[in-house]
Design a protein. Structure first.
Ligand code: NDP
Length: 253
């Protein structure tokens, strides 16, 4: 797990500084990549809220309870964040699950559960966040996809489908709301050192590492810094893009 100290902190006269103080919401921000993203925005001086299903606040962050599979729960969480920090200006849809199984053995329930969390969950938070962004004529959306969404992966038809869908979501949003100073981008991480990858056996981890040109898994902060930059004024003309953070694993897509 990356610590806050590994996240680079812009100085007050850096180009990121004027954007600080924004209301930022990171779904699934209580651990793993989401927590590193939340820490990166906090280091930037933004007002950060994280969601988790338990609602527990990690490391002094402002946390709200939300299950992204439930639109009412999402709505309640946004209302709480708006009361505390104002309308959400930066949305990072990061919450995600896996339920790996080979196609012939994959149940429809396992397929639907992953789509419901990873893809429809992103739709729910995006829809709720867009109201405030349209009103404010300003917004940054970053959807956390995966290298697997573009490369495919055996045993992950549900997960890869959900992550590929996020690309269409960001691009459609860009076409729908791009003229209102709202950008939507996708970050596609490769293998990142979190609970999700630690649950893979040592042999599988070794096999995956051998396929990565960088020869290693990444720290969550290496994803977080890219997300923070995409939401900064420096990236104001980037929208509908898919930014790989994968050590070269997915080159060519
Ligand atoms: P973790 O398993 O460590 O964390 C997943 C997060 O998602 C948790 O905060 C969890 O909250 C939240 N979450 C899951 N289901 C729901 C739900 N129904 N409602 C609200 N929150 C939910 O994952 P990572 O940090 O590894 O991954 C974060 C994102 O990055 C995911 O979308 C993942 O697919 C993607 N990714 C990860 C890679 C990796 O190598 N680790 C590679 C590429 C992409 P709770 O604590 O409540 O369970």
């Amino acid at each position: 797990m990356a610590e806050a100290s590994t996240v680079s902190t812009p100085t007050t006269d850096s180009p990121d500084a004027p954007a600080a103080g924004r209301s930022v919401l990171v779904t699934g921000g209580n651990r793993g990549i989401g927590l590193a993203i939340a820490q990166a925005f906090r280091a930037n001086g933004d007002k950060v809220a994280v969601t988790s299903r338990s609602g527990e606040a990690p490391d002094g962050l402002f946390a709200v309870q939300a299950d992204v599979t439930d639109a009412e729960s999402v709505d309640r969480a946004f209302t709480e964040v708006e009361e505390a920090h104002g309308p959400v200006e930066v949305l990072v849809a990061n919450a995600g699950i896996t339920r790996d199984q080979l196609l012939l053995r994959m149940s429809e329930e396992d397929f639907s559960a992953v789509i419901d969390t990873n893809l429809t969950g992103a739709f729910r938070v995006l829809k709720r966040a867009s109201k405030g962004m349209i009103r404010k004529k300003k917004g940054r959306v970053v959807l956390i996809s995966s290298v697997v969404g573009l490369m495919g992966s055996p045993g992950q038809i549900n997960y890869a489908s959900s992550k590929a869908g996020l690309v269409g979501m960001a691009r459609s949003l860009t076409r729908e709301l791009g003229s209102r100073n709202i950008t939507a981008n996708v970050v596609a991480p490769g293998y990142i050192d979190t609970e999700m990858t630690q649950s893979l056996g040592e042999d599988l981890q070794k096999q995956y590492r051998s396929q990565i040109p960088a020869g290693r898994f990444a720290e969550p902060a290496e994803v977080a810094n890219v997300v923070r930059w995409l939401a900064s004024d420096e990236a104001s003309y980037i929208s509908g893009a898919v930014i790989p953070v994968d050590g070269g694993l997915g080159m060519g897509h």
